[in-house]
Ligand binder design. Sequence first.
Ligand code: ADP
Ligand code: AMP
Length: 219
Amino acid sequence: MGDLMNLVLFGAPGAGKGTQGALLARRLAIPRISTGDLLREAVRQGTPLGRQAKQYMDAGELVPDAVILGLVREALASDAAKPGFILDGFPRNVAQAQALDEILRSLGRRLDDVAVLDVPDDVVVKRIAGRRGCPSCQSVYNVHYEPPRRDELCDSCNSSLVQREDDREETVMRRLQVYRGQTQPVLAYYEVQGTPVVHLEADRPVDEVQAQLLSHLGS
Ligand code: ADP
Ligand code: AMP
């Protein structure tokens, strides 16, 4: 059986990768592999990897490639990813994109598409400022756009919602710089490689963006 969908979700911090990725993962029953989530889990558990990563994350910098590639290699080789996968937040520089090609080649697989969530800078900044997450079940909300039913409490598990430490304004500015300087060049890499890159108008309500995504992916 061929892969259902091997997809990279691409876009600035706050563009909606996690939101769209979670919806698509549920629909296609394939895993969403978020390097940010994997790192935050390692930080929470206080593993050596988490302790190493934390300083970079708090500064809004990229965590060293060697750390990230270990996580991604393991996730892609897992049984869960056999039917397909949605990468969210990876690759974030050209070296990671090259390493991903190698990993997939070694598994006899390839990327189908890179879907880019295009959102203007001012919207991204507002989305990040309003982002709140559930520390227990990892659901994501937005005080401006996707508020929980009750003030600052998770709809699914009732925990108090929190703001990510790296969603503070100073760190957000650095993360956007890193996105422009190191991550956006990955798109030129894929154009050269001939991997299909589709751009979505992601400054739209969540379900409209999901509909664009589905129609581009032809499912
Ligand atoms: P990313 O994973 O790209 O960093 P998220 O999916 O976490 O982005 O979304 C960032 C914030 O914006 C979250 O608070 C989320 O609830 C909100 N959000 C995501 N998509 C939309 C949308 N289409 N419209 C309004 N708010 C959105
Ligand atoms: P995210 O949840 O995708 O916004 O990622 C949060 C932070 O985790 C980033 O600002 C980086 O510090 C780190 N991170 C996540 N994914 C990567 C990656 N692919 N490469 C390097 N650092 C990453």
